[in-house]
Design a protein around this ligand. Sequence first.
Ligand SMILES: Cc1cc2nc3c(=O)[nH]c(=O)nc-3n(C[C@H](O)[C@H](O)[C@H](O)COP(=O)(O)OP(=O)(O)OC[C@H]3O[C@@H](n4cnc5c(N)ncnc54)[C@H](O)[C@@H]3O)c2cc1C
Length: 444
Amino acid sequence: MISRQEVIVVGAGIAGLAAAHTLRRSGLNVRILESSWRAGGRMTTDWLHGMPIDRGAQFLSTGYHVLRSLAGEVGCSSLIHETSPIGAVVRAGAPRRLRAGNPSSPLFSGLLGLRELMALGRESFRHRGCLGACSLSDFSAWSTYDDETVKSWSDRLLGHSVTDFMFDPMLRGFYFQSAEETSRALAMVLAAFSFRRSHTLTCDGGIGTLPGMLARNLDVVFDTPVLSVDADGDTVRVTTASGTLLAGRVIVAIPAPLASMLIRTNACHPVECRLLSTGYSSSINIGCIASADFRLPGDLRDVYGVLVPSSESREIVGIGIERNKFTERLPADAQLFNIMLSDACSRRVTGLPDEEVVRLALVAAERFLPGLASTLAASLVCRWPLAEPRSPVGRSADLQAYRRMCREANPAVLLAGDYMSMPYTEGAAESGVWAAEQVLSRRC
Ligand SMILES: Cc1cc2nc3c(=O)[nH]c(=O)nc-3n(C[C@H](O)[C@H](O)[C@H](O)COP(=O)(O)OP(=O)(O)OC[C@H]3O[C@@H](n4cnc5c(N)ncnc54)[C@H](O)[C@@H]3O)c2cc1C
């Protein structure tokens, strides 16, 4: 049987949900087809021993305007809270404490020297216009800076220490990527969060609460993987195992490697083809609960997360200390940690059984959380072969070209997802809202 919708959205991650929510709010008939049993994709939460484990995305930010406005529209703004203001980056084996909104804390913690901090200040002043005002949601807005890698730019103008102990841990810890492969456009975005003194946020009930609430008001068909999307004149055929649906417009909001399997790429515009071939880093997130015997080291007592540069560990890129994140939710003595593995390590161990992955992670984490291995009470392993889209030189400029092309050519199939904007939840949501606005702009 063939049924017809005004718009079909493929994927109920935050990009697809944001797109469908925007269309629905304007009165369009929109259906989401989702391959899994739940909404949220990489923005979901599981429960272990009564505690929420964020399986993929861990944190939001005061700089995330699209997500916070979506949260307001579905009535969950009051669930979003600031984490502890203290994060840390490891240098020479010790966590260097950094306070959000305090630009001199890298100096006082011993993370960076005065010369490096002054170089950072100088560069920030030079680019203060964009650092203060360019969008933190739309990666195409940063194409002016999409001209060289983070490493070559930062080594040249800021010094190796800034590359190795500021950009490397952030790019590894947030995106499982390196300064060598990433465009400086993304480093400028990271600098902009700190320039604007953004604070890290989290959500009561876990990060999956927001997509869950968005999905509640939408027509989402679960357990329905889309097999192909074919545009034919002003109709798009969407094929699933249980039949074909027709739609006037389709928004494909799934990671690039999966989207490129659904769409006939021989009919693609060159810039669309390049974006569909975006590579992804991998990661494995291991939620660990320790018994009450575990003692958190004193210098981490109020730290919500630790970033680990590549010179300090090949395996671990970051550790979330959940009791300092879910400040309102977890008991003060809860011992819950999220350990994130690096791209290379995840690829190496992804085929191993959970127990072996946990063992390896605990051996590597023992330097930062001594005693965790011997007090471990429960663990949960989440594998992400497609964790985060890469942002090589050229992606921001390609996004700008893609958006221009869509405005001119008005294609029936639009792409959304984190590879179509900023490589994080906010960018995914922005890309969904943008795609929905394209559909709406052609409606009247
Ligand atoms: C370990 C980890 C940590 C992260 N930490 C952060 C963080 O702290 N802060 C942050 O902002 N971001 C973070 N991110 C990134 C963030 O999770 C993603 O950028 C964002 O969730 C991507 O949303 P999306 O909608 O583009 O894609 P997805 O979340 O991948 O959603 C795609 C959806 O499509 C479905 N799907 C796939 N194929 C099909 C098909 N053929 N048919 C139908 N449905 C299909 C999937 O099941 C999924 O539900 C992290 C990611 C990972 C993996």
